[in-house]
Each structure stands twice: as C-alpha cells, then as structure tokens.
Design a protein around this ligand. Structure first.
Ligand code: ATP
Length: 335
C-alpha cells in the first residue's frame, strides 16, 4: 500500500476499514514516500516491496521538485516495473446525474514511454528539448492488450487515437503497429481518430467509443475527459499491468491536496481500485460483494459526496457501504 499525498492516506484508511469489516484476507505493507525528499530510498523500497508482493494499491505520489533529473515517483514506479499498460473501465453509474448515461468505454493507454520518457534537457539557454519515445515492441503489447480485451469481453470495436498527421514517425509507428495487430482480430472493427477530433467526439457523441488505445500523454488527458463525463475524479479506478506486476489506483491519478482532511473526498475510486486488486488476486467473493455494496450505495441509496452533487461526507459513504456489505454477506461463515 502506497498511500501517496493529499487524500491518499484517508482513502487508504477507508479501504482498510472495508477490508477489515468484510474479513478480506489481505495484509497491507504500507510505505510512505515523502514528496519533499529528493533521495530515492523510499521509492526503491516501494519498488522492492511491489516486486516481492506482486501487487500494490496506490495513491498519487507528489513530486514537489521541478528540478531537471528529479523524476516523478509515479512514472518511475511504472517504468521500473515495466507496467506497460494502463486500463480504465469508464462506465456510467445510473444513480449519478451526468451529461450522458450508459457510457461504457475501456481506455487502454501506453504507460511507460511516449511523452513520459522523461528525457528532457536544455540544449542551449532558452531551448528545451523533450523526447517522445515510441517503440514497436511497446506499441504492439498495448495494441494486443486492447484487442485481447475486446475479444475476451464481447467488445465490438477498437479505436486507435493518435496525431500521426503531425507526428508522422512516432504516432505513425503507434498507428501502423495497431493496424498490423488488428489484422489478427478480423471479428473486431478497428478504426483510428486524431486526438483533437477524439476530444470533440467524446464530449459530443461518446457512445461511439468502445475500446480505445493510445499513447501515454493522450491517455492522461482523455482518461480525465471520460472520467469527467461519467462523474468526475472520485469514481473510476485505473489498473496498471506488466507481465509480472500489477498496481491499482484511482483512474485520474489526482492528489487532491486541496480537499485533504475535510471528510469530503469521494472514497469510491480508491475502493474500486481495491476491488480491482481483489479480482486480480482471485478473491472473487470479496470483490463482488464490495463492488455490489458500492453500486447500491451510489445507485439506490444515493449517498453522494459533494463532487457528485451530493451532501454526504466521505465517512457517510463508507458507513453506508459497510451497512450494505453486512446485508449482502449475512449468514456467510468467513472461516
Ligand atoms: P495537485 O497536485 O494540486 O493535488 P492534481 O493534478 O493531482 O493536483 P487535483 O487538484 O488533486 O489534481 O485534482 C483535480 C480535481 O479533482 C480537484 O478539483 C480535486 O478536488 C478533485 N478530486 C480528485 N480526487 C477526488 C476525490 N477522490 N473526490 C473528490 N474530488 C476529487
């Protein structure tokens, strides 16, 4: 468990409360990374711990320094563990009023390279160069993940998002690679869309999208657009996968510094991330019940924090989830 900064610690306390209440057989090793230190000892310890445990639940870790050479810890964790894909299932909750209903988009994002290669330098005073890196191997792994997901989950269409009209080599390679991979999946429709048009289409006609694949920075932006469409930063979880490790976190990866300690942060995104973690570990019974308790709290009980237009506190949401969980698991013998 890497609580991170801002609202991370309070959200993690809710996860622990729900797990304790539900008798979930998971122990957390908690590692705090101080954002103000420039050394990497805690970060290295966190990475070692994830290698040992295989999985992590994570809040956003701030990087306060803007000094060149000081890496974002979040990016470093994903790169070190080769968590090459990020997957966000952006699905509307019927109980939440938002601009659109029935959105169900799987956003697949390259998670370790592209604009996040962290290769920046000032070549001469006043001129900064920043490298965007696209490799065939990673583009192929991401495209294959997207098409496999579509095939295994009854999805009909994959859309590759790019800016290959301008970035002809980098985005061109990403696009060409996904077109090649698409040939192995003749039953799934494949199309592509330029990132700027994609943003317009998302806010005007989001139902045309099914599975989307894209490079790193576009994924950061588009994931926030879609999370905004279904209800904001506090709902959707994000999964980071590599071949060996998996890290689960809130989908929009916000720190929430301004709302920390006020009992108003929406606990749902982190609780959904904990459900993803349980599904990944094969604790389906616990995952299903917690997920169901969350859905009932949002859709039937309408217990909503202010970010969703409600008046409930974070703790009221969590208490309601516990109440629902108790009913759902009545009579179950944990031992
Ligand atoms: P910072 O480093 O300043 O915290 P950030 O990029 O991480 O910036 P935030 O400002 O933390 O982004 O988050 C963006 C917006 O989303 C803010 O208005 C924040 O209050 C809101 N937000 C993020 N997480 C939650 C949550 N769990 N519940 C309610 N609102 C949230």
């Amino acid at each position: 468990m890497l609580p991170g900064g801002g609202i991370g610690p309070e959200l993690m306390a809710y996860v622990k409360e729900v797990f304790r209440f539900g008798g979930v057989p998971v122990d957390f090793e908690t590692i705090d990374i101080d954002p103000s230190t420039e050394g990497n000892e805690e970060l290295e310890y966190a990475i070692t711990s994830i290698r040992r445990n295989g999985v992590a639940l994570k809040g956003n870790i701030e990087t306060k320094s803007l000094t060149a050479g000081i890496q974002s810890r979040n990016v470093a964790i994903r790169s070190e563990l080769d968590l090459f894909v990020s997957a966000l299932h952006c699905k509307s909750y019927p109980g939440i009023k938002s601009m659109y209903q029935d959105i169900d988009i799987m956003l697949i994002r390259q998670n370790t390279e592209g604009e996040y290669a962290m290769l920046e330098h000032e070549s001469v005073a006043g001129v900064v160069e920043s490298m965007k890196v696209v490799t065939t191997d990673n583009a192929e792994r991401v495209a294959r993940y997207g098409f496999e997901y579509a095939k295994n989950n009854g999805r009909k269409k994959v859309t590759t998002i790019h800016k290959a009209n301008i970035m002809k080599l980098s985005d061109g390679l990403f696009l060409e690679t996904s077109k090649k991979v698409a040939k192995d999946y003749p039953d799934i429709e494949h199309n592509d869309m330029i990132i700027d048009n994609c943003c317009m289409q998302l806010v005007s006609n989001p139902h045309q999208f099914d599975v989307m694949i894209m490079t790193n920075l576009y994924g950061a932006i588009v994931s926030n657009v879609i999370c905004g469409l279904v209800g904001g930063a506090g709902l959707i979880s994000g999964r980071n996968y590599g071949d060996h490790f998996a890290v689960f976190e809130p989908g929009t990866r916000n720190t929430g510094t301004a709302i920390a300690g006020k009992n108003i942060a929406n606990p749902i995104a982190m609780l959904n991330a904990s459900v993803d973690l349980l599904e990944h570990l094969g604790f389906d019974y616990h995952a299903t019940n917690i997920k169901h308790a969350i859905e009932l709290t949002i859709n039937e009980d309408h217990i909503h924090t202010p970010d969703l237009g409600g008046t409930n506190s974070s703790t009221e949401v969590v208490q309601n989830i516990l109440k629902r969980l108790e009913k759902l698991t009545e009579g179950h013998n944990w031992m």
